[in-house]
Ligand binder design. Structure first.
Ligand code: PNW
Length: 502
């Protein structure tokens, strides 16, 4: 008989599941909500794979009590969800009225979470921009308007919920907002930087199509809006509400396709565009990252990259209390191609010897490669020196949608994915010394997967879209058990670290 010290993640490590308003709520025309850009976009022919929209989604606007009960049953410490701007200020603008019924909905949700001891982890913007702001001035393209309207919106949220919410994310994935929404045009509002891709052709191009770099301009405006929101929180709310606030980015690890110098460089260039543009301003102190975008972006875009004024740099610098990261996969990188949104780098999962990097997910951009997750965590920690919150990480099992429910619940590719990422999480914290404070698998529920409609499922909980019944998958069971076993427990059992082994 001997006792072994089993190292665990610290007691205050936060874990839970994540969702976003438009992907789960449905009930898009009740209680004063007006349209978001995703309402219209998803209804246009050809914009979603199955032609379906978010009118019902997982019906969580009506079923939220059940959802909270299921989260409590899972025993999560936290729940990451987003607030829908068009429910809070239906027409979006700084002079438009706030909507008490929308505020009441999130207030009830937050209260119910807290009653179950679940920490609300709140995203202020997860892509559902009020349609009225797009119609008025092009949405994120108009810096002066959007910054002020966004800041007014977050003020309403801090005032309404800030006594109970202590974890705020200003924006979800600025790269996706700008590149997928305004650069490639595959997400709402479906604007494209490239006029050749515009359905109307060159001659009738709308004003926002004349700027071929609108994708990067939007990214720039999103950063600025985020930064002014943080400034507002820190000045007027943080002193009394004492919460934390930051942004969350999307970033996947990159590996050179082979060891040729141009491909080694390409892997770094891809990171500079996907992550560097959106995090060069985050740390407060590191002089290397103060006050400018990554060199490579300047080299690639020259004067087409908007810069911040010195006054704006003061606001953006250090504008995150932590490093929020959504990460799913790793890409092999080869120099070349014409896609500036990828840093003029081509991505592949096929190694030079023809083998695949990992298990293929249902969506083309995702393969399972836990080693890359560990390398990314170490890279972020060394470079940015901020505590890391993993706000999304997950896997879509191939053809899950066409399987009978009982079979879909046996989601072993997803279980394997999470076996890999949880092992990495633990190793990164306990062996590499990376300061990771939170982990949110995506997603709590199968839901409206944007341009994929309901075909691609990311949930650890299966949703039968006919009945709206929820069924825990094997992956939910795995994660619940894993966090049960791998977190230090409070109170009398410091001894829980000492495991008796026969
Ligand atoms: C994230 N890509 O989006 C979002 O935050 C979630 O709302 C979404 O459901 C989840 O990941 C799964 O897709 C992404 O093309 C969408 O690389 C697309 C990409 C990455 C992230």
């Amino acid at each position: 008989m001997c006792s072994t010290l089993v190292a665990k993640l610290p007691m205050d490590f936060i874990w839970g599941f994540a969702t976003a308003s438009f992907q789960i709520e449905g009930s898009t025309n009740v209680d004063g909500r007006e349209k978001s850009i995703w309402d219209d976009f998803s209804k246009q022919p050809g914009k979603t794979l199955d032609g379906r929209d978010g009118d019902v989604a997982t019906d969580s606007y009506r079923l939220w009590r059940e959802d909270v009960a299921l989260l409590a049953q899972y025993g999560v410490k936290s729940y990451r969800f987003s607030i829908s701007w068009p429910r809070i200020i239906p027409l979006g603008g700084r002079n438009d009225p706030a909507n008490p019924r929308g505020i009441q909905f999130y207030s009830n949700l937050i209260d119910a979470l807290l009653e179950h001891g679940i920490i609300p982890f709140v995203t202020l913007y997860h892509w559902d921009l009020p349609q009225a702001l797009l119609d008025r001035y092009g949405g994120w393209l108009n810096k002066d308007e959007i910054v002020q309207d966004y800041v007014r919106y977050v003020r309403v949220c801090f005032e309404a919920f800030g006594d109970k919410v202590k974890h705020w994310l200003t924006m979800n994935e600025p790269w996706c907002i700008s590149v997928l929404g305004y650069g490639r045009g595959v997400f709402a509002p479906g604007r494209s930087s490239d006029r050749k891709r515009s359905p109307q052709g060159d001659s009738s191009a709308e004003p926002w199509m004349r700027d071929s770099f609108q994708g990067f301009s939007v990214g720039h405006n999103v950063i600025l809006s985020h930064a002014y929101a943080v400034e507002l929180y820190r000045k007027e709310f943080k002193p009394t509400q004492k919460g934390q606030i930051g942004i969350t980015l999307n970033g996947d690890w990159t590996i050179p396709y082979d060891d040729s110098p141009q491909n080694v460089e390409a892997a770094q260039h891809a990171l500079d565009v996907a992550i560097g543009m959106f995090s060069s301003y985050l740390p407060k102190l590191d002089p290397i990252y103060l006050g400018h975008y990554p060199e490579y972006m300047k080299q690639m875009l020259l004067d087409r990259l908007p810069d911040f004024t010195p006054k704006e740099w003061l606001v953006v610098k250090g504008s995150s209390d932590f490093y929020g990261m959504n990460t799913y996969t790793t890409n092999l990188c080869r120099a070349g191609g014409g896609d500036e949104f990828q840093g003029l780098v081509e991505y592949t999962f096929t190694r030079p010897d023809g083998t695949q990097l990992g298990t293929q997910a249902h969506c083309s951009w995702l393969q399972d490669y836990p080693r890359g997750f560990r390398d990314l965590l170490n890279y972020l920690w060394k470079r940015y020196k901020l505590p890391i919150y993993i706000t999304e990480n997950g896997f879509a099992v191939k053809d899950e949608n066409s399987k009978p429910i009982a079979e879909a619940l046996q989601d072993y590719d997803r279980v394997n994915y999470f076996k890999g990422t949880t092992a990495v999480l633990k190793a990164a914290v306990l062996e590499d010394g990376v300061d990771i404070r939170a982990y949110f698998p995506w997603s709590f529920l199968d839901n409206f997967e944007w341009a994929d409609g309901y075909i691609t499922r990311f949930g650890v909980t299966y949703v039968d879209y006919e009945t709206q019944r929820r069924y825990p998958k094997e992956s939910a069971k795995f994660l619940v058990e894993w966090f049960g076993d791998n977190l230090e427990k409070p109170s009398n059992d410091t001894a829980s670290a000492m495991v008796q082994e026969a």
